[in-house]
Design a protein around this ligand. Structure first.
Ligand code: ADP
Length: 222
Protein backbone atom coordinates (compact mmCIF):
# COMPACT_ATOMS: atom_id res chain seq x y z
CA UNK A 1 0.00 0.00 0.00
CA UNK A 2 1.53 3.31 -1.08
CA UNK A 3 -0.40 6.45 -0.18
CA UNK A 4 0.22 10.17 -0.60
CA UNK A 5 -1.73 12.62 1.56
CA UNK A 6 -2.40 16.07 0.14
CA UNK A 7 -4.14 18.96 1.82
CA UNK A 8 -3.59 22.43 3.19
CA UNK A 9 -1.60 22.98 6.37
CA UNK A 10 -3.70 22.12 9.40
CA UNK A 11 -6.11 19.87 7.48
CA UNK A 12 -5.16 16.91 9.67
CA UNK A 13 -2.78 15.10 7.33
CA UNK A 14 -0.60 13.90 10.21
CA UNK A 15 -3.53 12.50 12.19
CA UNK A 16 -4.91 10.65 9.17
CA UNK A 17 -1.46 9.39 8.19
CA UNK A 18 -0.94 7.89 11.63
CA UNK A 19 -4.29 6.06 11.52
CA UNK A 20 -3.70 4.72 7.99
CA UNK A 21 -0.24 3.58 9.08
CA UNK A 22 -1.77 1.65 11.97
CA UNK A 23 -4.53 0.12 9.83
CA UNK A 24 -2.15 -1.15 7.14
CA UNK A 25 1.01 -1.60 9.22
CA UNK A 26 3.13 0.69 7.04
CA UNK A 27 5.49 3.53 8.00
CA UNK A 28 4.44 7.17 7.91
CA UNK A 29 7.01 9.43 6.29
CA UNK A 30 6.43 13.03 7.33
CA UNK A 31 8.78 15.49 5.65
CA UNK A 32 7.85 18.31 8.06
CA UNK A 33 8.89 16.15 11.05
CA UNK A 34 12.06 14.99 9.30
CA UNK A 35 13.00 18.58 8.56
CA UNK A 36 12.18 19.74 12.12
CA UNK A 37 14.37 16.92 13.47
CA UNK A 38 17.22 18.10 11.22
CA UNK A 39 16.72 21.66 12.45
CA UNK A 40 16.86 20.49 16.08
CA UNK A 41 20.03 18.51 15.44
CA UNK A 42 21.51 21.46 13.51
CA UNK A 43 22.56 19.25 10.61
CA UNK A 44 23.53 20.95 7.30
CA UNK A 45 20.03 20.19 5.92
CA UNK A 46 18.46 21.61 9.08
CA UNK A 47 20.50 24.80 8.96
CA UNK A 48 19.39 25.46 5.36
CA UNK A 49 15.78 24.39 5.95
CA UNK A 50 15.13 26.54 9.02
CA UNK A 51 15.03 29.92 7.28
CA UNK A 52 12.51 28.64 4.71
CA UNK A 53 10.33 26.94 7.30
CA UNK A 54 10.22 29.99 9.58
CA UNK A 55 8.91 32.07 6.66
CA UNK A 56 6.35 29.48 5.55
CA UNK A 57 8.17 28.89 2.27
CA UNK A 58 8.97 25.48 0.83
CA UNK A 59 12.42 24.11 1.52
CA UNK A 60 14.24 23.77 -1.85
CA UNK A 61 13.05 20.80 -3.91
CA UNK A 62 16.50 19.21 -4.42
CA UNK A 63 17.13 19.03 -0.72
CA UNK A 64 13.75 17.48 0.11
CA UNK A 65 13.88 15.11 -2.88
CA UNK A 66 17.23 13.79 -1.75
CA UNK A 67 15.99 13.32 1.81
CA UNK A 68 12.87 11.41 0.69
CA UNK A 69 14.72 9.31 -1.88
CA UNK A 70 17.08 8.10 0.85
CA UNK A 71 14.22 7.46 3.28
CA UNK A 72 12.24 5.40 0.75
CA UNK A 73 15.24 3.13 0.26
CA UNK A 74 15.15 2.05 3.89
CA UNK A 75 13.92 -1.52 4.44
CA UNK A 76 10.72 -0.61 6.31
CA UNK A 77 9.43 1.30 3.27
CA UNK A 78 9.77 -1.66 0.91
CA UNK A 79 6.32 -3.03 1.74
CA UNK A 80 4.54 0.31 1.46
CA UNK A 81 4.45 3.80 2.95
CA UNK A 82 2.39 6.87 3.60
CA UNK A 83 3.83 10.17 2.49
CA UNK A 84 2.60 13.07 4.63
CA UNK A 85 3.71 16.47 3.34
CA UNK A 86 5.39 15.17 0.19
CA UNK A 87 5.24 15.81 -2.72
CA UNK A 88 4.46 19.48 -2.35
CA UNK A 89 5.50 20.90 -5.73
CA UNK A 90 5.50 19.71 -9.35
CA UNK A 91 9.24 19.00 -9.20
CA UNK A 92 8.76 16.86 -6.11
CA UNK A 93 5.94 14.96 -7.82
CA UNK A 94 8.26 14.29 -10.76
CA UNK A 95 10.98 13.08 -8.42
CA UNK A 96 8.52 10.70 -6.75
CA UNK A 97 7.43 9.36 -10.14
CA UNK A 98 11.06 8.61 -10.91
CA UNK A 99 11.65 6.85 -7.58
CA UNK A 100 8.53 4.71 -8.10
CA UNK A 101 9.41 3.91 -11.70
CA UNK A 102 12.92 2.81 -10.77
CA UNK A 103 11.55 0.39 -8.20
CA UNK A 104 8.68 -0.77 -10.45
CA UNK A 105 6.05 0.38 -7.93
CA UNK A 106 2.91 2.50 -8.17
CA UNK A 107 0.89 4.68 -5.81
CA UNK A 108 -2.42 3.16 -4.72
CA UNK A 109 -4.11 6.33 -3.45
CA UNK A 110 -3.72 10.06 -3.18
CA UNK A 111 -5.90 11.19 -0.30
CA UNK A 112 -7.00 14.82 -0.58
CA UNK A 113 -8.11 16.31 2.72
CA UNK A 114 -10.19 19.47 2.30
CA UNK A 115 -10.69 22.24 4.84
CA UNK A 116 -11.65 25.91 4.71
CA UNK A 117 -9.08 28.64 5.48
CA UNK A 118 -11.06 29.96 8.45
CA UNK A 119 -10.92 26.61 10.26
CA UNK A 120 -7.27 26.15 9.34
CA UNK A 121 -6.25 29.51 10.79
CA UNK A 122 -8.16 28.80 14.01
CA UNK A 123 -6.65 25.33 14.32
CA UNK A 124 -3.07 26.33 13.69
CA UNK A 125 -2.99 29.54 15.69
CA UNK A 126 -4.38 27.70 18.73
CA UNK A 127 -2.22 24.60 18.24
CA UNK A 128 0.34 23.81 20.91
CA UNK A 129 2.64 20.83 20.95
CA UNK A 130 4.93 19.00 23.31
CA UNK A 131 8.56 19.35 22.21
CA UNK A 132 9.42 16.12 24.03
CA UNK A 133 6.77 13.54 23.07
CA UNK A 134 5.09 15.28 20.12
CA UNK A 135 1.55 15.29 21.62
CA UNK A 136 -0.66 17.96 20.03
CA UNK A 137 -3.24 20.17 21.77
CA UNK A 138 -5.71 22.90 20.79
CA UNK A 139 -6.31 25.72 23.26
CA UNK A 140 -10.14 25.47 22.97
CA UNK A 141 -10.95 22.01 21.61
CA UNK A 142 -8.29 19.86 23.24
CA UNK A 143 -6.69 21.85 26.04
CA UNK A 144 -4.07 20.21 28.26
CA UNK A 145 -5.26 19.35 31.79
CA UNK A 146 -2.68 21.64 33.40
CA UNK A 147 -2.22 24.99 31.69
CA UNK A 148 0.72 24.91 29.29
CA UNK A 149 1.89 21.41 30.30
CA UNK A 150 1.80 18.13 28.39
CA UNK A 151 -0.70 15.61 29.86
CA UNK A 152 1.61 12.72 29.01
CA UNK A 153 5.03 13.95 30.15
CA UNK A 154 4.44 17.29 31.90
CA UNK A 155 6.85 19.11 29.57
CA UNK A 156 6.10 22.79 28.82
CA UNK A 157 4.06 23.11 25.60
CA UNK A 158 5.29 25.28 22.74
CA UNK A 159 3.83 26.96 19.68
CA UNK A 160 5.54 26.04 16.41
CA UNK A 161 7.44 29.04 15.00
CA UNK A 162 5.47 28.74 11.77
CA UNK A 163 2.07 28.65 13.54
CA UNK A 164 2.10 32.47 13.89
CA UNK A 165 -0.71 34.24 11.91
CA UNK A 166 1.36 35.85 9.12
CA UNK A 167 3.36 32.67 8.54
CA UNK A 168 0.13 30.61 8.46
CA UNK A 169 -1.22 32.94 5.76
CA UNK A 170 1.98 32.48 3.71
CA UNK A 171 1.81 28.68 4.11
CA UNK A 172 -1.73 28.76 2.73
CA UNK A 173 -0.62 30.87 -0.26
CA UNK A 174 2.30 28.52 -0.93
CA UNK A 175 -0.08 25.55 -0.74
CA UNK A 176 -2.35 27.12 -3.35
CA UNK A 177 0.50 28.13 -5.62
CA UNK A 178 2.76 25.09 -5.47
CA UNK A 179 0.86 22.10 -4.09
CA UNK A 180 -2.71 22.46 -5.37
CA UNK A 181 -1.65 21.89 -9.01
CA UNK A 182 -0.69 18.35 -7.97
CA UNK A 183 -4.38 17.57 -7.43
CA UNK A 184 -4.89 17.82 -11.19
CA UNK A 185 -1.83 15.74 -11.89
CA UNK A 186 -3.05 12.89 -9.67
CA UNK A 187 -6.70 13.32 -10.71
CA UNK A 188 -5.65 12.56 -14.28
CA UNK A 189 -4.06 9.36 -13.02
CA UNK A 190 -7.36 8.45 -11.31
CA UNK A 191 -5.76 8.29 -7.87
CA UNK A 192 -7.57 11.02 -5.93
CA UNK A 193 -9.85 10.18 -2.99
CA UNK A 194 -11.41 13.15 -1.18
CA UNK A 195 -12.43 13.60 2.43
CA UNK A 196 -13.13 16.50 4.76
CA UNK A 197 -10.63 17.54 7.39
CA UNK A 198 -13.13 18.17 10.18
CA UNK A 199 -14.41 14.67 10.76
CA UNK A 200 -14.80 13.64 14.39
CA UNK A 201 -11.65 11.90 15.61
CA UNK A 202 -13.65 8.85 16.71
CA UNK A 203 -15.09 8.38 13.23
CA UNK A 204 -11.78 8.81 11.43
CA UNK A 205 -10.57 5.19 11.24
CA UNK A 206 -13.87 3.96 9.73
CA UNK A 207 -14.07 6.95 7.37
CA UNK A 208 -10.50 6.45 6.17
CA UNK A 209 -11.10 2.75 5.51
CA UNK A 210 -14.25 3.57 3.56
CA UNK A 211 -12.69 6.39 1.55
CA UNK A 212 -9.59 4.37 0.66
CA UNK A 213 -11.68 1.37 -0.34
CA UNK A 214 -14.03 3.33 -2.56
CA UNK A 215 -13.42 3.01 -6.29
CA UNK A 216 -14.62 6.39 -7.40
CA UNK A 217 -13.77 9.91 -6.35
CA UNK A 218 -15.83 10.35 -3.24
CA UNK A 219 -16.65 12.87 -0.56
CA UNK A 220 -16.57 11.46 2.94
CA UNK A 221 -19.96 13.02 3.78
CA UNK A 222 -21.73 11.66 0.67
P1 ADP B 1 1.99 21.95 7.35
O1 ADP B 1 1.57 20.92 6.35
O2 ADP B 1 1.04 22.05 8.49
O3 ADP B 1 2.36 23.27 6.74
P2 ADP B 1 4.52 20.58 7.77
O4 ADP B 1 5.03 20.15 9.08
O5 ADP B 1 4.15 19.55 6.76
O6 ADP B 1 3.29 21.52 8.11
O7 ADP B 1 5.58 21.55 7.08
C1 ADP B 1 6.18 22.61 7.77
C2 ADP B 1 7.20 23.29 6.86
O8 ADP B 1 8.24 22.34 6.50
C3 ADP B 1 6.67 23.78 5.52
O9 ADP B 1 6.10 25.06 5.62
C4 ADP B 1 7.96 23.77 4.68
O10 ADP B 1 8.77 24.88 4.96
C5 ADP B 1 8.68 22.54 5.18
N1 ADP B 1 8.34 21.34 4.37
C6 ADP B 1 7.71 20.22 4.79
N2 ADP B 1 7.58 19.33 3.79
C7 ADP B 1 8.15 19.90 2.69
C8 ADP B 1 8.33 19.52 1.35
N3 ADP B 1 7.88 18.35 0.88
N4 ADP B 1 8.96 20.39 0.52
C9 ADP B 1 9.42 21.57 0.93
N5 ADP B 1 9.27 22.01 2.19
C10 ADP B 1 8.66 21.19 3.07
Amino acid sequence: MRVVILGPPGAGKGTCAKIIGEIYGIPVITTGDMLRASVARMTPIGLTAKSYMDRGELVPDDLVNEMVTARLKEPDAKGGFILDGYPRSPRQAEALEKILKTSGKKLNHVLHIELEDETIIDRLSKRRSCPKCGAIYHLDNKPPKALGKCDACNTGLVQRDDDKPDVIRRRLEVYREKTQPLLDFYEKKGLIKVMRGDINLMDLPATLKRVLNSRVRTKSHD
